[in-house]
Design a protein around this ligand. Structure first.
Ligand code: SF4
Length: 369
């Protein structure tokens, strides 16, 4: 769940989802004339949902090309008519896979293609789709191939930056959203029940694709938190989660790798607070309305990927001149000390959890306060 490499996947739940096997394409089932190509990281896909909502309000539900990992997050979304899974690093990798997906898109005769993802691959797909209108960000590597180039806002949250593609009339910003199925909720409930977690709990997402984004003190934090603690993550986070569970003598339980991505989102929705690094679970929590304590190390929320919910808390080392040091966060600290995360104290994080949890309890008792 840490990022693009996630391989959690879900069923089709009755929605239109195809892979890149064109023999499985029922053309008549695809009335959408608008396509969005978003094959970036999981978090980026989640943050694209407000754009999907705005486009769907104008044109009806849209089709989306996305990664196999992210497809299950969009299958049930009301703004989405159909999902094309593009396995760019797997079964559809390379030029041949790109052509296959391009042919599939051309057969659907889209009128407009939106390109929140600025890659050359996405631009080639848009070109091969044959759509007369191709809308993407000016300054992208393949911007010359777009028919409309939109200035990408330099500041603001990624949600607003992506909404710029929809034009200036998109004044009301829809929420980041996911539509989880009853099956997702049932799976989360069943897992919690089977592991003896009753009532509200604290969720922790200790993983990240990038090593320097991982805060190193989750196991120590667990002993400072009231009530049950559950680790969330994908299969790639299992070794880290296992090490944390062992270090706490079973003080917490791990759902990493045990649930699909939408089921994990359903589990996060039941938590009183999620403690997370700057990674995909942060955006899942935003989408399902769970309060967040977000820990930023080599990156900063000013990059546009911070929490959005009022009451969320963002923590980061304020006195480090080396911070931020990269757009995503390097695997290893280039200075060797990793102070941005190591000096983010357990006390400060524990206090932030208590503050967020207490505000939530007050809000639950006095909904208008
Ligand atoms: S260089 Fe600074 S910001 Fe980057 S990982 Fe190291 S301590 Fe963190």
């Amino acid at each position: 769940m840490s990022g693009e490499g996630d391989q959690l996947d879900g069923g089709t739940n009755g929605r239109t989802v195809v892979d890149t096997d064109t023999s499985r394409l029922p053309l008549t089932a695809y009335p959408s004339r608008v396509l969005v190509i978003q094959t970036a990281f999981l978090g980026d896909v989640v943050l694209t949902t407000p754009l999907l909502t705005v486009l769907a309000e104008r044109h009806g539900p849209v089709d989306v090309v996305t990664t196999p990992a992210a497809a299950c997050l969009l299958e049930n979304h009301p703004a989405v008519a159909g999902v094309v899974r593009y396995d760019k690093h797997g079964s559809a990798r390379g030029w041949r896979g790109l052509r296959q997906v391009g042919s599939l898109l051309r057969a659907r005769r889209y009128r407009s293609v939106y390109l929140p993802h600025r890659s050359l691959r996405s631009a080639v797909l848009a070109l091969w789709s044959g759509a007369h209108e191709r809308i993407g960000f000016a300054g992208s590597g393949a911007a010359l191939t777009y028919t409309r180039r939109v200035a990408r806002p330099r500041g603001g949250h990624e949600v607003e930056r992506l909404l710029a593609l929809a034009g200036s009339s998109a004044v009301a910003v829809p929420p980041v959203s996911l539509t989880l199925s009853p099956g997702d909720h049932a799976a989360a409930e069943a897992w919690l029940s089977a592991h003896g977690v009753a009532g509200r709990f604290t969720a922790m997402a200790p993983g990240s694709v990038w090593g320097t984004k991982r805060w190193p003190y989750y196991s120590e934090l667990a002993s400072r938190v009231d009530g049950a603690v559950v680790i969330v993550g994908g299969p790639e986070d299992v070794p880290l989660a296992r090490a944390i569970v062992q270090a706490t003598d079973g003080r917490l339980v791990s759902a990493a790798g045990a649930l699909s991505l939408p089921e994990s989102a359903a589990l996060i929705q039941r938590a009183r607070v999620l403690v997370t690094n700057d990674s995909a679970p942060l955006h899942l929590a935003t989408a399902v309305g769970t309060p967040v304590v977000a820990l930023f190390g080599p990156t900063v929320p000013e990059f546009g990927f911070g929490p959005r919910r009022s009451g969320d808390i963002t923590l980061g080392h304020r006195q480090l001149s080396c911070r931020p040091c990269s757009r995503h966060g390097p695997e290893v600290c280039p200075l060797g000390h990793h102070r941005c995360m190591r000096e983010l104290s357990i006390d400060v994080v524990a206090q932030a959890i208590a503050t967020v949890a207490s505000a939530e309890e007050t809000r639950a008792i006095c909904p208008r306060s």
